[in-house]
Design a protein around this ligand. Structure first.
Ligand SMILES: [Zn+2]
Ligand SMILES: [Zn+2]
Length: 351
């Protein structure tokens, strides 16, 4: 027999272009094998911004996939205890489809299926509480402030990207883009012992790239027009490029400049009809690989939390701004304007 809907939550719903509403729902009562988490912080990432801006018009939309919270109730057969700070991977992993069985659960066949219930579509982290199976819950150290703990999911996405590129310690790596994801790549790569060169034409972003651990920070124009990469890499060229912004132009530049045997990772999402034009022989003679990456797997989330247990100050160089739920409209507008590395909705006043 299905449980009655009696668990009250307060949710932030995007109801139309530039429109948000705080709505209250009654969710099904949690079952014994589910974890109840009181949400503390949830970041406004690109998908949420796209829905708010109207470039992805899915309404009503219950966004929020970068969250940190506190366990209120957990099944007895897990290590989770009430009061434990956790990150939550809200992407669905059915465990049964071909992708999940191959260990590629970031490609789960049911990821973008419409919900089976009548609540708005979306990952649903913009909520006073989330009720999830325990495989989606990852313990975090108490020493990590909530607004930094909510960066666990984007860190996991970068770890996935770095793992896809088979990066080795001491590799010379170029990160194109000093936005939030470029900086998170820089932080994670520096931790792995790489020498990181960050390239961004917005020189106002250069100081944050240095703060994230970059060895050198240059403009993309300098990459193309000077010998700087040859100087830094003793003439060989970088081992890996991560393209976190700059569109297909950045990917083309990276493919032209990467060293023999090197890899170019496409982290950024591109426009639907973008096409890449390359001298195909470059890939053949120079043994260059172009690699895609998307989101994170359960294993990446676990690795992210393990890193954060060892390095609770890992995100100290990033600027995070948290606004209470009542200022959510301002939070969305600020996120789009790009004032901080991450704008968070702070749900703590509710609980
Ligand atoms: Zn995200
Ligand atoms: Zn699946």
């Amino acid at each position: 027999m299905s449980k009655p809907n009696s668990f009250p939550v307060t949710a932030l719903i995007v109801t139309g272009k530039g429109q948000i509403e705080i709505q209250k729902f009654l969710l099904p009562e949690p079952s014994n094998d589910q974890v109840v988490i009181r949400v503390e912080m949830c970041g406004i990432c690109t998908p949420e911004q796209r829905v708010f801006k109207g470039s992805r018009a899915t309404y009503p939309y219950w966004g929020g996939h970068e969250l940190a919270g506190i366990v209120e109730q957990a099944p007895t057969n897990t290590d989770l205890q009430p009061g434990q700070q956790v990150a939550v991977g809200l992407m669905l992993r059915c465990g049964e489809c071909e992708a999940c069985r191959r260990g590629l659960n970031n490609h789960c066949a049911y990821l973008n299926q419409p919900p089976a219930d009548n609540f708005p579509i979306g990952p649903r982290g913009f909520s006073s509480h989330v009720i999830v199976p325990s495989y989606k819950v990852f313990s975090l150290p108490t020493a990590l402030p909530a607004e930094k703990a909510a960066l666990t999911e984007p860190l996991a996405c970068c770890l996935h990207s770095i793992q896809r590129a088979r990066v080795a310690s001491k590799d010379n790596v170029v990160v194109i883009g000093a936005g939030t994801m470029g900086l998170l790549h820089t932080i994670a790569l520096t931790l792995q012992g790489c020498q990181v060169i960050v390239a961004d034409n917005d020189v106002e972003k250069h100081s944050s790239a240095f703060a994230a651990g970059a060895h050198r920070v240059v403009t993309i124009t300098e990459l193309e027009e000077t010998n700087i990469l040859a100087e830094i890499t003793s003439g060989w060229g970088p081992d890996v490029f991560f393209c976190t912004r700059g569109g297909v132009d950045a990917i083309t530049i990276a493919t032209n400049l990467v060293g023999r045997g090197g890899r170019v990772v496409i982290y950024q999402s591109l426009r639907e009809n973008d096409e890449l034009r390359l001298r195909a022989n470059l890939l053949h003679y120079r043994e260059i690989e172009i690699i895609g990456t998307i989101a994170q797997t359960t294993a990446d989330l676990l690795q992210a939390t393990r890193i954060l247990y060892k390095h609770t100050t890992l995100f100290n160089s990033l600027t995070v701004k948290a606004l209470p739920l009542q200022q959510a409209l301002e939070a969305f507008e600020t996120a789009i304007y790009g004032e901080a590395n991450r704008i968070m909705i702070d749900f703590r006043d509710l609980n």
